[in-house]
Write a new protein. Structure first.
Length: 178
């Protein structure tokens, strides 16, 4: 596939997904989808940004959980995250042998985190987000160790937590009204 065609296809996935949720009159799902698209496709294509802790999946799945419940958040995450990872692989080469459209353990962790946030809703958005981020860091470290024999990454979680506190929590409150 040529670069121009690939780029058009990638942008079409953003527009198509957004239009689906727009016509279903689901502004929360539309916003969560767009943020996940930015996270998994735009930011995901620039792998170096991941090392700086930039990600929007947590806020997106928590917002879906708060508004639609844990099952909806899990289903949304388990479908949309692998779909968008495969869109990203239209632009960059896949870095592992994981089968297409099958959720990775990291995608399952994202979906589960969003689902569990529903049960922390009474704590408020800030504390629920912090708790889910801490849980995700632990589960990611375990997955990294078991699947790839990687050492525990301390820098990315610290930067990710700082970015969430400084930028993404206000973003979540402004965009989703959480």
């Amino acid at each position: 596939m040529e670069t121009g065609t690939r780029t058009t296809a990638i942008v079409a996935t953003l527009i198509a997904g957004a239009l689906i949720f727009f016509f279903l009159n689901q502004p929360i799902l539309l916003t969560a989808y767009v943020l996940l698209w930015i996270d998994k496709v735009a930011i995901g294509s620039l792998k170096i940004l991941r090392r700086f802790g930039i990600e929007l999946a947590t806020i997106s799945t928590i917002a879906v959980s708060f508004f639609y419940g844990p099952v909806s958040a899990f289903i949304f995450g388990i479908i949309v995250i692998p779909l968008l990872h495969n869109v990203k692989f239209m632009f960059i080469t896949q870095d592992d042998d994981w089968p297409p459209f099958v959720p990775t353990p990291y995608g399952v962790i994202d979906a589960l985190g969003g689902s569990l946030a529903f049960f922390l809703k009474g704590m408020g958005f800030f504390y629920a987000l912090i708790a889910i981020l801490l849980l995700k860091y632990i589960l990611y470290a375990i997955a990294d160790r078991v699947m790839h024999d990687r050492p525990v990454d301390i820098v990315s979680p610290v930067m990710n937590m700082a970015l969430h506190i400084i930028f993404f929590i206000p973003l979540g409150k402004a965009v989703f009204g959480l």
